[in-house]
Design a protein around this ligand. Structure first.
Ligand SMILES: [Zn+2]
Length: 275
């Protein structure tokens, strides 16, 4: 059994076959999926939770969990009403995480100061609801500003909660990975781990302890080899898990049980996969 720790199940790209797509995940051995609740914009933050409720309890589907959060480039919309909606969503038992939140200086969008402010407000809400966070961090090519500022914010505003979180689709260097581990975070790898040019990322993954790693699809994006370029889906998380097993020199069963255990330990929930 594998857990896909990050998939946008509410994406419009699954409008026609969401049920079949989730059934394929179950058949491929995916026992649980964390559905990311950021929507296209904050008004759709609740959609991941709706999908959880539609499928949970139905045999033949993975167990679904949800997150809720305001994506870095939507933080200019994070007004009082949006933050209050986020707070209510995090009170729901299925909504186990606040995210994906963080800093994205790679793409043009919300001003950096607005992103930082939006992140800090959400950290306060997540801390109050005792929910671990899901971090998205993307630096501008050749710089580490986004990482430096993110880690400084987490060290000041998050470390003391002891709640930890996930560095989703990790793309930083060793220094950023080391500081993430120190903050009690898990490091999650997506399909890009399988790409030919990703040797530096595989070298980094090889240095991580088995009890601190996760796998994810980030579906519908970042399909792993050999599906690269296609619409991604949770069933394909196995591809990334196989590469991670190879770089960590463990059997595939071991990577499956370790990543599953890591997931349930972080969220402090009883191991529960399938329906
Ligand atoms: Zn994502």
């Amino acid at each position: 059994m594998l857990i896909d720790s990050h998939a946008h199940l509410d994406s419009e790209r699954y409008a026609d076959d969401r049920e079949a797509m989730l059934a394929r995940a179950w058949e491929a051995g995916v026992g649980a999926v964390l559905a990311i609740g950021i929507g296209e914009r904050p008004a759709q933050m609740h959609r991941a939770l709706e999908i959880c409720r539609r499928f949970n309890g139905r045999p033949g589907f993975p167990k679904l969990y949800a997150s809720a959060g305001v994506y870095p480039h939507n933080t200019h919309q994070a007004d009082a009403a949006v933050l209050s909606k986020l707070d209510s969503l995090l009170a729901e038992p299925e909504v186990i995480s606040c995210g994906e939140i963080g800093l994205d200086y790679f793409h043009e969008g919300a001003p950096h100061a607005v992103q930082r402010e939006g992140l800090i407000r959400q950290l306060e809400i997540a801390a109050n609801r005792k929910r671990p966070i899901l971090i998205h961090c993307r630096a501008k090519e050749g710089t580490t500003d986004a990482w430096d500022q993110l880690l400084e914010i987490l060290e000041t505003h998050w470390r003391q909660t002891g709640l930890g979180g996930i560095m989703h689709c990790f793309g930083g260097g060793w220094e950023q990975a080391r500081r993430s581990l120190e903050l009690g975070f898990l490091v999650s790898f997506a399909g890009n781990l399988t790409y030919p040019k990703a040797q530096p990322l595989r070298d980094l993954a090889a240095r991580l302890p088995l009890d601190r790693v996760l796998v994810e699809t980030d579906a519908p994006w970042l399909a792993p080899a050999p599906h690269r370029g296609k619409r991604n889906e949770p069933a394909w998380v196995l591809r990334t898990a196989l590469v991670l097993a190879e770089v960590l020199h463990v059997e595939k069963e071991e990577i499956a049980s370790a990543t599953t255990k890591n997931f349930f330990r972080l969220f402090d929930i009883k191991a529960d996969v399938g329906n």
